[in-house]
Design a protein around this ligand. Structure first.
Ligand code: 9WO
Length: 266
């Protein structure tokens, strides 16, 4: 299994310390399940001020990221990726890493796309700041624009970290219990069921009896019903696509028609 190489273009490389320093992504980095390289376009500027941005043509507030330092950075990344492939004796047929720009204008990220990205061997992520990046650079060098959600933040770094986190936990060996990743929310097109831990009675609120009985088949059924019910109530459109994908069986359909008109606490 070749490790995933992630190259990130950012003027705030330190932000990514959070990702490699903690949790599942931190452990995956320690175990070298992936390697991350950070590239600051400021390091590839040649003017005295090390400018990476300028005022927008046509006027208006804010600044726009210059195409040239980003193009140089992407060139340097391509070169480094090539060297790495030679060094690691990668197969000759590996495709060039896609350059992904994190942007609210991108296509919404789905679990499906996350799983596909986890199968690549190289990934280049471009993080914008200010009001955005010169459109010519995007047209010339970006393969895909991805949005994490329908909201704007101050830059692409946090969205990039979310994408990396989502991808890296799919790498074999990242999570001890791989079954738990597969059972996760969305992997089968449904929302996750509810979870409970000790104590059995917390301030008068009880854990559902079925979970305390140790009857594994009944617990499995209850969890499936929970997932179906929650999905039907909160994200009915997910249920529609799960059905189209053939992910629901006849027992699921019976559950849904049985609970369809019942109410459930949020
Ligand atoms: C800034 C802005 C200011 C006034 C009116 C509209 C505006 N849009 C933006 C904007 O999109 N700024 C971006 C900041 C420029 C590119 C990087 N930035 C970014 C990426 N913000 N939010 C994201 C993002 C990426 C992926 N998924 C969700 C949000």
């Amino acid at each position: 299994m070749p490790t995933l190489r992630i190259d990130v273009v950012t003027i705030f490389p330190e932000m990514f310390d959070a990702l490699v320093g903690h949790g599942i992504s931190g452990r995956a980095a320690e175990r070298a399940l992936f390697q991350m390289h950070r590239w600051n376009p400021r390091d590839l500027t040649e003017d005295a001020y090390r400018r990476v941005d300028d005022r927008p043509f046509g006027g208006g507030p804010g600044m726009v990221m210059l195409a040239e330092p980003l193009a140089r950075t992407l060139d340097a990344i391509s070169e480094a990726q090539l060297e790495e492939r030679v060094r690691s004796q990668a197969r000759a047929d590996v495709k060039k890493a896609p350059v992904i720009y994190l942007s609210p204008r991108g296509a919404p990220l789905t679990q499906q796309r996350v799983c596909e990205l986890a199968e690549l061997t190289e990934l280049t992520l471009l993080c914008g700041r200010y009001e955005g990046i010169d459109e010519r650079l995007l047209r010339a060098r970006v393969d895909e624009e991805i949005a994490i959600g329908d909201f704007v933040v101050s830059g692409g770094e946090l969205p990039a970290m979310m994408l990396i986190d989502a991808v890296v936990r799919w790498l074999p060996g990242a999570v001890q219990d791989f079954a738990s990743v597969q059972e996760d929310s969305f992997t089968r097109g449904l929302l996750d069921c509810s979870h409970y831990t000790r104590p059995e009675d917390w301030r008068g609120l009880r854990v559902p009896d079925v979970l305390l009985g140790g009857h594994h088949e009944r617990i499995r059924e209850w969890r499936r019903q929970e997932a179906l019910l929650t999905t039907q109530q909160r994200r009915p459109e997910l249920l529609t696509s799960a059905r189209k994908q053939g992910w629901l069986d006849s027992a699921d359909e019976r559950t849904l028609s049985r609970i369809g008109d019942q109410a459930k606490a949020p």
